[in-house]
Design a protein. Structure first.
Length: 379
């Protein structure tokens, strides 16, 4: 055994194993690791169809962090923030001591480890906040659906991505810190986080022992879960600003669904509806003419509930360009880009039949939402 290292880690040979990390701290640690890995893989590597998995995993990470914050005030000695969170002066002193190889050994989190933990938890909360804000603006889901316009979604997406990269950087630093400290102290910290036990020597620093207040922590956690759950579910029960009109005009349904699915008025701007309605005698190769009164009635309803009246993603992305010769949604750049991964055969299959048969793959097509959560290739 190396003499020098044994000297640098006083008491190394006389450490008695003691329970340090309680069950919740270990569950938090490994649960957070798994949920961050799943969120990172689904967010960075897999396509938009994995958004639901991403949202669930990332929200679980946020829930774990919130629970850990509660436990940081209510848990036992090693779990409490008071036992390991230090100010910048003591943090710098500890960092200098580490560089000079003369730092004290903390049985719980050392000051640098504690700071890393706070930084990671803050980053996870920031990722959750920007992620839910993006979902609110872009997909009108969750509490931010009531306050953020679709126009904010590109900025929020960038912000969310920047925070996600920060988490990756912090995780890399954290792993490096664990490897470094494990070697320096001659104790496998990864195993300690599994078993919960660490060796405690006579000169080691131990935080003041406190009785965990489990009941209070459960109460606060439950209240927090109820409030957040209600906020996230609110758009399902309350009218969201900019939601596409839900009640479909019976005349439009009667006259415009004989040959194809119902196209929601919010999919196109009013100008495009006027053009389509003015050229019904030559309607995509068919004669769909109507008497003047019916046509006027339908035009009025379509233009009143056109894209301008909605704030959904689907209402913003298809702006047909008559000057450029584009008169089909399926020929717009957005549509082509988002469906580029779908083979020709899928559109020609018996269940779908045409690219314009959106409802075959989008279960919510009639509503005008086109939420990516409900997009599925049939057949
Ligand atoms: C006689 C049959 C017929 C009737 C009636 C009809 N359509 Fe169509 N419509 C078509 C065909 C065919 C297409 C092209 C579909 C395709 O490419 O698969 C089409 C396409 C469309 C599209 C374009 C979809 C895209 O890909 O961009 C819109 C919008 C549309 N119809 C609206 C209407 C409206 C509004 C009415 C009622 C006033 C109506 N249609 C009535 C036959 C009809
Ligand atoms: C063959 C199946 C299929 C048909 C037909 C289809 N889509 Fe899609 N669409 C998908 C799939 C699958 C996705 C998600 C792609 C992904 O996950 O990358 C998607 C994505 C979208 C999105 C993006 C959703 C978002 O917020 O990211 C919109 C908008 C959309 N489709 C609109 C339409 C419209 C409008 C039509 C009809 C004119 C249509 N789609 C026809 C399968 C289809």
């Amino acid at each position: 055994m190396n003499e020098k290292r044994a000297e640098a880690a006083p008491g190394r040979t006389r450490r008695a194993p003691r329970p340090v990390w309680d069950g919740f701290v270990r569950l938090f640690h490994w649960g957070l690791m798994v949920s961050i890995v799943v969120a990172a893989v689904t967010g960075f590597l897999l396509g938009p169809s994995f958004i639901p998995v991403h949202v669930v995993a990332a929200s679980l990470a946020v829930a774990l962090v919130l629970a850990r914050i509660v436990w940081g005030f209510a848990g036992g000695g090693y779990a409490r923030f008071a036992g390991f969170v230090v100010g910048p002066v003591r943090l710098m002193r500890y960092a200098r001591d580490v560089l000079a190889r003369r730092e004290e050994r903390h049985v719980g989190h050392n000051p640098l480890g504690g700071a890393m933990m706070l930084a990671l938890m803050a980053a996870v909360l920031a990722a959750g906040l920007t992620g839910w804000a993006f979902l609110g603006a872009g997909a009108k889901l969750g509490p931010f659906a009531f306050v953020l316009a679709f126009a904010a979604s590109p900025v929020l997406a960038e912000l969310h991505e920047a925070v996600a990269f920060a988490i990756l950087a912090l995780v890399a630093l954290h792993v490096a810190g664990v490897v470094f400290t494990s070697r320096r102290e001659g104790e496998n910290l990864v195993r300690a986080m599994v078993t919960g036990e660490k060796g405690v020597g006579p000169q080691d620093i131990v935080p003041p022992q406190r009785e965990p207040r489990t009941g209070a922590a459960l109460g606060v956690g439950l209240a927090l879960a109820l409030v957040l759950g209600a906020a996230i579910a609110a758009p399902v029960f309350l009218p969201v600003p900019g939601a596409p009109v839900a009640e479909i005009d019976p005349t439009v349904r009667a006259e415009c669904t004989d040959c194809h699915m119902f196209y929601h008025p919010s999919l196109l701007p009013a100008g495009d509806w006027r053009r389509i309605m003015a050229t019904l005698d030559d309607h995509y190769g068919e004669d769909a003419s109507l008497d003047a009164d019916t046509a006027a009635e339908i035009t009025a309803w379509l233009t009143a509930h056109a894209a301008e009246s909605a704030d959904t993603r689907a209402s913003k992305v298809f702006r047909l360009d008559p000057a450029g010769g584009v008169t089909r949604i399926t020929e717009t750049p957005f549509w082509k880009a988002r469906h580029a991964g779908i083979g020709d055969a899928a559109f020609r299959s018996a269940e779908v039949g045409s690219r314009a048969n959106c409802a075959a793959c989008h279960a919510d097509a009639e509503s005008g939402w086109f939420n990516p959560f409900f997009a599925e290739i049939e057949g």
